[in-house]
Design a protein around this ligand. Structure first.
Ligand code: URP
Ligand code: ZN
Ligand code: ZN
Length: 467
């Protein structure tokens, strides 16, 4: 099967060039003058031809807070594709008392038969027994080259310092990357107990417990762990300005520390949570969005390279769940913020939000947009150049993006399996028109052409790039 995309402007992280793309059997065969001998010729006049997005941080069908996140590997992938994302890295989680292999098997089972776009897994370690630590070395053979650890969620997911340092060292030796959720779990735990004892139950107190300093302290500590061990570290979902400044200082000292933020933090601030109304539950996630000042530092760090990736941490829960066949959702915490399942939806909106907020404003270039939304994740997580670029030999994961198309984001029109959208009513300029996964057209305007079970697991390489 040969497809030609002609008349468009190809944008990669490296350059922008008006040229044609030839796709053969799901792979980019050539760029440049490619003739017209093809089964299908797509006219991309006026469109940008960009690598499909890679979302390196999602939670599909995640068990959490007494329920599961509401998107599975079909609905989540369909929504991702509508938003121009063609590859996703989820977190396979060890269960306490279980092995890493068991956790991985569970996540493969969640994806099997449902996936539509390609996907990979990080391995989350929550029970660092001697056996589990020894098992880390078996992960690369399974295509797993990154581990996730938590400095927060005391008594649930949080690791002690002993395990943190051991895991960093093992991962570093094996060419694996450690990802860290950096919030001070003890501080959050104590503040939570104090707030609840005072009857402070409404949504605003989530922000108070998950304060900026709780994140910044843990982030600074994470930078120090890198200095102590020499092992590379990637800080997920950064929101706190002081924490990002610590990462920037660490990078300037040459430390192998990298940072991710998420599209919701480019739009939301702590104002969305500063309410006693249950509406605030829609925005409860950890870490929560911070002040406008913190947000200004996020933007600064996108532009100056302190942040390498923009993910979503997609972890949707129904606002009004537990009825009409819906899983229980945010209503589980109707009487208290501490019982609200943590997480927000966003897998579908990442590219358009980043484009609208950062490219249309002139903060970053289209090439930087591609780097932040796709290429850097492919490089950091060991999938480049198969993923993350448009070059001969790479998978034909391609989005045809109309930089002039205006749309309003809304839960009424989104494809995520959830009843609200954190960007509700936001008008954006820039929208994906067509989305290809390995040469298959999944999305054509508002039409869905994908099929469950066609997404592939992508094993990832160790010793990947440190950007
Ligand atoms: O609130 C969030 N982010 N839930 C998902 C789990 C995590 O901490 O990334
Ligand atoms: Zn996290
Ligand atoms: Zn997460």
């Amino acid at each position: 099967m040969r497809t030609i995309i002609k008349g468009g402007t190809v944008v990669t992280a490296g350059d922008t060039i008006d040229t044609s793309v030839l796709i053969e059997d799901g792979v980019v065969k050539a760029l440049g003058y490619v003739g017209s001998n093809a089964d299908s010729v797509i006219d991309a006049s006026g469109l940008l031809v960009m690598p499909g997005g890679i979302d390196p941080h999602t939670h599909l069908s995640l068990p959490a807070g007494g329920t599961f996140s509401s998107d599975d590997f079909f609905t989540g992938h369909k929504a991702a594709a509508f938003g121009g994302t063609t590859c996703q890295i989820d977190f396979a989680m060890q269960v306490k008392g279980g092995t890493l292999a068991e956790g991985l098997k569970t996540w493969h089972e969640k994806a099997n038969g449902k996936a539509v776009i390609d996907y990979a897994f990080h391995m989350g370690i929550v029970d660092p027994t001697e056996e589990a630590l020894a098992e880390i070395e078996t992960m690369p053979a399974e295509g797993i080259s990154s581990l996730k650890i938590f400095l927060a969620y005391k008594n649930v997911l949080q690791l002690e310092e002993e395990a943190v340092l051991k895991i960093l060292k093992i991962a570093g030796r094996k060419g694996m990357l450690t990802l860290v959720h950096a919030e001070n779990g003890e501080a959050i735990y104590q503040t939570t107990q104090e707030l609840l004892a005072q009857g402070k139950n409404t949504m605003r107190y989530h922000s108070e417990a998950h304060s900026a300093i709780a994140e910044s302290e843990a982030t600074s500590r994470a930078v120090d762990y890198v200095e102590m061990t020499g092992a590379p570290l990637y800080v997920v979902h950064t929101t706190a300005g002081q924490g990002l400044q610590a990462i920037r200082r660490g990078r300037r000292r040459g430390l192998p520390i990298m940072a991710e933020t998420c599209s919701q933090y480019l739009v939301l601030t702590d104002k969305y949570l500063a309410t006693d109304s249950f509406e605030g539950a829609k925005y409860i996630c950890s870490p929560p969005p911070k002040s406008e000042w913190d947000q200004s530092i996020i933007y600064e760090c996108l532009a100056d390279g302190t942040i390498q990736t923009v993910a979503t941490d997609h972890c949707p829960f129904w606002f009004e769940g537990g009825k009409d066949g819906r899983l229980p959702g945010k209503e589980l915490g109707k009487d208290c913020w501490a019982k609200v399942p943590n997480g927000v939806p966003g897998i579908e909106d990442r590219l358009v939000v980043l484009w609208h907020k950062a490219v249309n404003s002139g903060l970053i270039t289209p090439e930087q947009f591609v780097a932040l939304s796709s290429t850097n994740a492919a490089k950091i997580f060991g999938m480049y150049p198969r993923k993350g670029t448009i070059a001969p030999g790479s998978d034909a994961d391609i989005v045809l993006f109309n930089p002039n198309k205006k749309r309003v984001i809304s839960a009424k029109t989104h494809h995520m399996n959830v009843d609200y959208n954190v960007y509700e009513g936001m008008e954006v300029t820039g929208w994906p028109e067509k989305v290809f996964s390995r040469g298959r057209l999944l999305v054509d305007g508002d039409k869905w052409l994908g099929e469950a079970g066609t997404g592939k697991y992508i094993p990832r390489e160790t010793h990947a790039a440190i950007l």
